[in-house]
Design a binder for this molecule. Sequence first.
Ligand SMILES: Cc1ncc(C[n+]2csc(CCOP(=O)(O)OP(=O)(O)O)c2C)c(N)n1
Ligand SMILES: [Mg+2]
Length: 569
Amino acid sequence: MTNDNQSTDVTDGFHLVIDALKHNDIDTIFGLVGIPITDLARLAQAEGMRFIGFRHEQNAGNAAAIAGYMTQKPGICLTVSAPGFLNGLTALANATTNCFPMILISGSSEREIVDLQQGDYEEMDQLNIAKPFAKASYRINHAADIGIGVARAIRAAVSGRPGGVYLDLPAKLLSQTMDSAAGKKSLVRVVDAVPRQLPAPESVARALDLLKSAKRPLIILGKGAAYAQADADIRAFVEHSGIPYLPMSMAKGLLPDTHAQSASAARSYVLAEADVVMLVGARLNWLLAHGKGKTWGAPKRFIQIDISPTEIDSNVAIEAPVIGDIGSCIAALLNGLKSSPLKPDAEWVAAIQSRKDKNSAKMAQLLDSKPSPMNFHSALRAIRDVLKTRPDINVVNEGANTLDFARSIIDMQQPRKRFDSGTWGIMGIGMGYAVGAAVTSGLPVVAIEGDSAFGFSGMELETICRYRLPVTTIIFNNNGVYRGTDVNPSGGADVAPTVFVKGARYDKMIEAFGGIGYHATTASDLSSALREAIAAGKPALINAVIDESAGTESGRLTNLNPATAAHKK
Ligand SMILES: Cc1ncc(C[n+]2csc(CCOP(=O)(O)OP(=O)(O)O)c2C)c(N)n1
Ligand SMILES: [Mg+2]
């Protein structure tokens, strides 16, 4: 044994990477092994970290990203070089787009050979390729820099507006040795990784003045508001102000969807009719029709609360920007509200209520019908009624019709429990998010998946079974993308581009790995299968047979398809 002053013990890059992560309370790695990082994964496990191995890196990356969203700590995804890195890169880009903190750590090949393009094993200039898709990208070349490099990556991922960070670890770095005492000293613990950023008092006053001048105010809560973990203050602000609010899809549950002030059931009406709109961690991107045009009726006066100053005026002029972390901004606004309360116009509130009542009655009728085969409404009603009894359950959701209908029919009661296609409307997040959410929360997950959407990550059923995760996947099986009824206009033998094998039995897939499969053709089958699966707490898949003609092109996004003069008269 040696003492600290005269250490002959050596450590190496492998150990220092694990030590640096653990030193910052990171306890889980989502990844897929191979040269040069297999031993890194083995060592992580040996050193008490959890290593969750996937079948494709994109899904590992999505798991890491959703873990980051749930915890405000960066989720870690570990991949091999070039192809593994590229597979993970989609998840990194998606995380950056959605403002989820994650770090994609990829091994890379010999710099000297890569830079001269001499054809190394998995040769690729990964650092430069990652840059446009990441909030920040770094490479560590010396073992002594691992501590500071990992700290830098963590801070970049979670501070300010969160995002994806790329960290390049050349194979040579991992086997580099250094004195172990010096290595220990080189570790850096990130202090105050998510610092509060207080809004300027005058910006708060300006926002409150504008809000008070409103006749028909509206609050829109985005997933940034959910991420902020300022749930009590956000709820208090909404309730004290009495202003109706709309949650964006991943902000559902920040206040329970059944809340009297929720205007979700009158969305089109409030967007068109509001005069002052307060955005809380929500961006005026395509999901909000860029804050202008037909959806919005007359031009609005906007208040926008955001961590990032460059978000302001992105699409339309913002009259009252409030820049800071959402928790601090809302606390300041709440404080101002207490000293001079607001009272929204009774006529506005009543008009919204009457729209809500009308739309809810229409929806209730649709939900009450019992068509055979099931349609989206009848299947989702069955799921809604089961999930109502389990507000703790995480819900993952992707697809086109499956996403659009589930978003409006499945109520959320708690924050950060709904994980979906997000800012891009991406397919393929399903099983990665499901694994990430189950591992991170230790609570059950129900993934509501279009049959096409599921296909992008379906092989992770094996991962779910391998780690015995309490994930129930429900496939909305309508034989294809949007619907299963298209025909090949040429009369040829190939099916239409949107059509899959008819009557596929997805439930058999999970049985191959020891999970429980259910085949549900009626709402009551679906309901009892879901109850049983949740109670079992084991990997399960329900193949829910949906009328193949029930869906519409692109769900509610039909109008985003460019019109083809030749086919769409
Ligand atoms: C990565 C990616 N590829 C392709 C698409 C285009 N796309 C949008 S929705 C969708 C699938 C819709 O079908 P399904 O999941 O079965 O849902 P349904 O409408 O049938 O309920 C596809 C392929 C996408 N959004 N993302
Ligand atoms: Mg489908």
